[in-house]
Design a protein around this ligand. Structure first.
Ligand code: GLU
Length: 287
């Protein structure tokens, strides 16, 4: 069993990440598995090296030690598990999709697609998701010009999987999101693409993450098939720590940052206990 902890350095680590880490390390320890650390900094506009540095420091302070790609490996410079150092891998995966005739260039703006979010990014709210209508699908636009994104022709398949904690799921990505954006118009690889490529090529067997990503799973399974993954991961989606009944914690709002709690004198134990009190009734996996 190989699972991963995969923060995006777009802000400070917060209690939501700590809850996720408790689930990730807890499952790995209970099942004799290993944890890999991946820094998901594919979005060059939102990620910052300073945030990565604090994520690594906070993980060390909390005592969550990755079995594969320890924090020191990231501090030392380029690292095989930092997405911004994996460009060639994503380019090769995209080229393989293109060779199968599965990619096309798209000049639609995010606004054109839905007004609020892009189908290449994580699903903010499944209810408000709008499928890409396929505007550029058959236009034959050149792939190598500036200001075009790349999309994958998603087959109409329905994906079923049995989530370890949420139970049986049925999702049809072509209806949910339509053709998936894998590279945006600014040249950023998208979350859905890089996470699928990485989970496949890094040999991840179990994805353990918040339930806000449940609706993204079917498309990652389907995309995984298209890039040659023989069988999908196991998935386990857990409840989120919420700020209010409808609002998630957010790094960008500076919510409950581990860094601030540390500065305010909290101990590691108090941080872990705070997560437990917020519904994450987990054993502390660490000695
Ligand atoms: N990088 C994502 C985040 O920070 C997690 C992605 C995943 O677990 O699939 O929310």
């Amino acid at each position: 069993m190989l699972t991963r902890f995969a923060p995006a350095p777009t802000g400070y680590l917060h209690l939501g990440h700590v809850a996720n880490a408790l689930h990730v390390w807890g499952e790995a320890r209970a099942r004799g598995g290993r944890v890999l650390l991946r820094i998901e900094d594919h979005d060059r506009d939102r990620c910052r090296p300073e945030y990565e540095a604090t994520v690594l420091d906070d993980l060390d302070w909390l005592g969550f030690v990755p079995d594969i790609y320890p924090t020191a490996g990231f501090r030392a410079g380029p690292c095989a598990s930092r997405q911004s150092d994996r460009h060639d891998i994503y380019a090769a995966a995209a080229a393989a999709l293109q060779a199968q005739g599965l990619l096309y260039a798209c000049r639609c703006s995010r606004k054109h697609v839905s007004g609020a979010w892009s189908p290449g990014s994580r699903v903010q709210s499944p209810e408000s998701e709008t499928a890409y209508p396929g505007t550029c699908r058959d236009l034959g636009l050149a792939m190598d010009t500036a200001d075009v994104g790349w999309r994958v022709r998603m087959p109409p398949d329905t994906v079923t999987f049995d989530d370890r904690w949420c139970g049986p799921q049925v999702q049809t990505p072509a209806d949910q999101c339509g053709d998936l954006l894998i590279r945006d118009r600014r040249g950023n690889w998208t979350y859905q693409f890089v996470v699928t490529v990485d989970d496949h090529l890094q040999g991840v067997t179990d994805v353990i993450r918040g339930v806000d990503l449940l609706a993204s799973t079917g498309r990652q399974v389907l995309l995984g098939r298209l890039i040659g993954r023989p069988s999908p991961c196991e998935f386990a989606h857990h409840a989120l720590i919420m700020k209010s009944p409808t609002q998630k914690l957010s790094k960008s709002d500076g919510d409950t940052g581990v860094r601030d709690l540390r500065a305010a004198g909290w101990t590691r134990q108090r941080v872990i206990d705070a997560c437990r009190m917020m519904g994450h009734t987990l054993e502390d996996p660490l000695p």
